[in-house]
Design a protein around this ligand. Structure first.
Ligand code: HEM
Length: 532
């Protein structure tokens, strides 16, 4: 036997001793620690709203699906009631499953329910706290940001944009007439062009134009870093205390931030230049620049603030229009009824316009039902956060909780919306409830309610009324002439959830409407000049 053999024998018995020690002492210690954590979590959760039992440390992380979590949330609402709680890691999460619970907390107690959770990578590192959507509401920069957007898009101000929305809608109808196959792309262009026109006073002919592509790329990056669990630093913000060169998660978002700054400031400079030579149409950017001294905002703050309609207004509007197409394929009777109302009030010699709106209650009900049937912001958009401890119906809601208003579940609450899976606009005509007649629910709550909702409502009205006036939306057919109906539940899994692309036919209803449309189109090209 050599010295080496002796040594390895000694080491072998040492490791057995260590293993024995671990088994005897460390395992019981570990179990003790886990038991302590579970008891502590149990005590903390005892008074909170009910909810699924989680695990120590990770809470309910493993039970929340990464795909369409709103569906699981709706199931849990049925099991635990209109308000339930979870833990994602150590963060308490409150999910509201009825409109009443959301109104009670997010509206009536909006003074403490209007903040946002911390977004370390997307909000702080990538955006340097410049994107108001992710800022807490006690923040001075958020107040200025919200004021700019509110003055740009409040109900009366939004009326000023009806001219460009109407013109863009004629372009949309012409695109649908000449190239019906790519209807989805045309809906996206319509929403994007309204956004660029009202923001920068510049319209777009195609979604391939650089201004749309660059902005969409920036938005895609923003959503790609905002995936729960993607970055350790979201759960362990103390990593931000490490020396900067050790913060491995910083490099990519910081590089992207530099690109964002170049893009957004160049768009601002372009408007300023056109303001100086008198060619910029009135738009959000020109208004904000004119008020810069009063608002006390830097150029960079303005550049970020006015870019908000890109992130929040294009996918939401275009996606809702796709839901409308999907619904018309599944509910042709609703389409016929809406067309009958249009024929009765408008006739076929002119396009419907904003002045017809009050006389078209069925169209308005159909728009409300579209927003209800499949809300694009399925989880209520960006979550809220509570800034003080609170008690609701005897349940404890700890300060710092993240709060989701699960719109997908709320809109399918059978008490408020009987037979919720059915697409039935009549429900909005039969009700006396003012909160359903004046349907703001799809646009969120309290101090965070969607700032673009009037602009969005005007886009949806003009597009839906005119598309129904001009076209039948019909199922595509296969090679045997059989109709293909798209799956009514096949939706994307993004932050905004829209129908997965499907085929359909878009056919002019009569020769008369097609001729009328072509006449309108001729006059439109010149009128679009100032937004080119
Ligand atoms: C059909 C179209 C739209 C829908 C369904 C929609 C829905 C929503 C929802 C649910 C929220 C979250 C509200 C909350 O936190 O309680 C929101 C926020 C927001 N929306 Fe919209 N939106 C639409 C169109 C637009 C448009 C066109 C704009 C731009 C002009 C816009 C700008 C915003 C902004 C900036 C916020 C963040 C507000 C804040 O954090 O204070 N949205 N939207």
């Amino acid at each position: 036997m050599t010295l080496f053999d002796d040594l390895s024998e000694d080491l072998g018995s040492l490791s057995i001793t260590v293993a024995r020690f671990v088994l005897r002492n460390a395992l019981p210690l570990l179990f003790g620690l886990l038991a302590f954590l579970m008891v502590r979590q149990h005590v903390r959760r005892r008074n909170m709203p009910p909810g699924p039992r989680g695990l120590p440390l990770i809470g309910n992380k493993h039970q929340v699906p990464t795909i369409k979590p709103w569906r699981k949330f709706a199931e849990w609402s049925k099991e635990y009631g209109p308000i339930f709680s979870l833990h994602l890691g150590s963060t308490p999460v409150i999910v509201l499953g009825t409109a009443q619970a959301a109104w009670d907390l997010l509206e009536k107690r909006s003074n403490i329910y209007s903040s946002r959770p911390r977004f370390v990578v997307a909000g702080e590192i990538l955006s340097d706290n410049m994107r108001g959507l992710m800022l807490p509401n006690a923040n001075e920069r958020w107040r200025k940001w919200r004021k700019v957007l509110h003055s740009g898009f409040h109900a009366r101000r939004a009326d000023d944009y009806k001219e460009i929305q109407s013109l863009e809608c004629i372009v949309l109808l012409h695109e649908l007439l000449t190239d019906p196959v790519n209807y989805e792309r045309h809906l996206q262009r319509f929403a994007a062009s309204v956004a660029t026109s009202v923001t920068y006073g510049r319209r777009v002919e195609s979604v391939d134009e650089w201004i749309v592509k660059e902005n969409m790329e920036a938005m895609d990056y923003l959503t790609s870093v905002n995936i729960p669990g993607k970055y350790l630093v979201e759960s362990w913000p103390w990593l931000l205390e490490l020396p900067r060169f050790l913060q491995w998660f910083r490099r990519e978002p910081e590089e992207r931030r530099q690109r964002d700054i170049v893009l957004l400031t160049s768009l601002l400079e372009d408007v300023k230049k056109r303001m100086a030579d008198g060619t910029a149409p009135d738009c959000l950017t020109s208004q904000t620049v004119n008020e810069q001294e009063k608002n006390g905002m830097s150029d960079l703050e303005i550049a970020y603030a006015v870019s908000s309609p890109f992130g929040a207004g294009i996918e939401t509007t275009a996606g809702t229009l796709c839901v409308f197409f999907l619904a018309m394929l599944h509910y042709p009777d609703v389409m016929r009824k809406a067309q009958a109302e249009l024929d009765n009030i408008v006739g076929q010699d002119r396009l419907p316009d904003y002045r017809d709106r009050e006389k078209l209650p069925y169209i308005q009900a159909l728009i409300n039902e579209t927003l209800r049937w499949r809300p694009i912001a399925a989880l209520g958009g960006t979550p809220h956060a509570v800034t003080e401890d609170d008690v609701y119906q005897g349940m404890y809601i700890p300060k710092g909780s993240t709060v989701f208003a699960n719109l997908a579940g709320i809109m399918h609450d059978p008490v408020m919306f009987p037979s919720p899976d059915e697409f039935r606009p009549e429900r909005f005509l039969e009700t006396d409830d003012p909160r359903l007649r004046d349907f703001e629910l799809p646009f969120g709550f309290g101090r965070r309610i969607c700032v673009g909702m009037h602009l969005a409502a005007n886009s949806l009205y003009i597009a839906i009324a005119r598309i129904l006036w001009a076209f039948d939306i019909l199922p595509a057919t296969d090679e045997h002439g059989e109709e293909i109906l798209p799956d009514r539940w096949d939706f994307t899994n993004g932050f905004n959830s829209k129908p997965v692309s499907f085929r359909c036919k878009v056919k002019p209803r009569t020769i008369k409407v097609a001729e009328c449309l072509l006449r309108e189109w001729e006059g439109t090209k010149d009128r679009l000049g100032k937004w080119q």
